[in-house]
Ligand binder design. Structure first.
Ligand code: 13P
Length: 273
């Protein structure tokens, strides 16, 4: 099965849920979505580091993949306050979120740093979920496409095409994220996803680059989720606030799944006549 035959739906709980909150959320989400065929959907949750040990036990991996919000690129050493790939492997997480806008713009991470983290994640068998996106200032200068290309070309510069088979990308325009965010409209998001896909194809070839999932994130809500997922280049959604209650997340999942299936069917018909 090609990777893009599935829809990718996940949430980053940022610095919000305690261990108890996270376990309750995962148990509820796993129960509510257990009947959905995982060949059609990749569901994932990325909670805080302190919750991961308990989170791993709260929901089976076959139902929900678990991710870490950040990772150091070194296996061990004098890096006070950092968490290493070995430590995350010990817990058994699947995904490493790399370069979220809050890491880049609040914590000052650079493309060079994200590059080291992507390589380390792949070396240890994780799925790196590389987050990219332009600021409002960059958008106003008309350089969004260049910024996305730079973030991809540096962030993924050290990896082989074979390794790229395990990478996921999230397009999260900085101006669209969080309480003050303005959601990107579906046309704009689709166009930027097109730029991202073209760049990935230029780097890794059509077969591999074209098969890397590109998710949209930034003020996704039950209304715009439907419009976004209908777009050709949007392979999934990476959701914050609107997914932090299991019932609400389940609602979004149930509403976008049939639209995604229709889109896949339509694309299949167009391709094969
Ligand atoms: P919001 O959906 O709350 O804007 O957050 C998106 C996000 O940052 C996902 O990583």
């Amino acid at each position: 099965m090609k990777r893009l035959d599935k829809i990718y739906l996940g949430t980053n709980t940022k610095m919000y849920k305690t261990i108890k909150d996270t376990v309750e959320f995962l148990e509820k989400l796993a129960g509510l979505t257990a009947d959905i065929d995982r060949n059609l959907m990749e569901l994932f949750v990325i909670p805080s580091f302190t919750t991961l040990y308990h989170a791993k036990k709260a929901a089976p991996e076959r139902l929900i993949k678990l991710g870490a919000q950040n990772m150091c690129w070194e296996d061990e050493g004098q890096f006070t306050g950092e968490i290493s790939p070995i430590m995350l492997k010990e817990i058994g997480v699947n995904i490493i979120e790399i370069g979220h806008s809050e890491r880049r713009h609040v914590m000052g991470e650079t493309d060079e740093i994200e590059k080291k983290k992507v390589s380390a994640a792949l070396r240890h068998g994780f799925i790196p979920l590389l987050c990219i996106g332009e600021t409002m200032e960059q958008k106003n200068y008309g350089i969004s496409d260049e910024i996305l290309r730079i973030q991809l070309k540096i962030g993924l510069s050290e990896i082989t095409a074979d390794q790229a088979k395990n990478v996921w990308i999230a397009y999260e325009p900085v101006w669209a994220i969080g309480v003050n965010g303005i959601p990107a409209d579906e046309g704009y998001a689709n166009e930027k996803h097109g730029v991202i896909k073209d760049t990935l194809i230029s780097m890794f070839g059509r077969e591999i680059g074209g098969d890397i999932p590109v998710l949209y994130g930034g003020s996704v809500n039950p209304q715009n989720a439907l419009k976004l997922i209908k777009e050709e280049n949007i392979d999934g959604l990476f959701i914050g606030r609107s997914a932090w209650q299991a019932e609400n997340f389940n609602g979004i999942i149930r509403s976008v799944l049939p639209l995604f299936m229709e889109k896949k069917k339509r694309e299949g018909v167009e391709k094969h006549g």
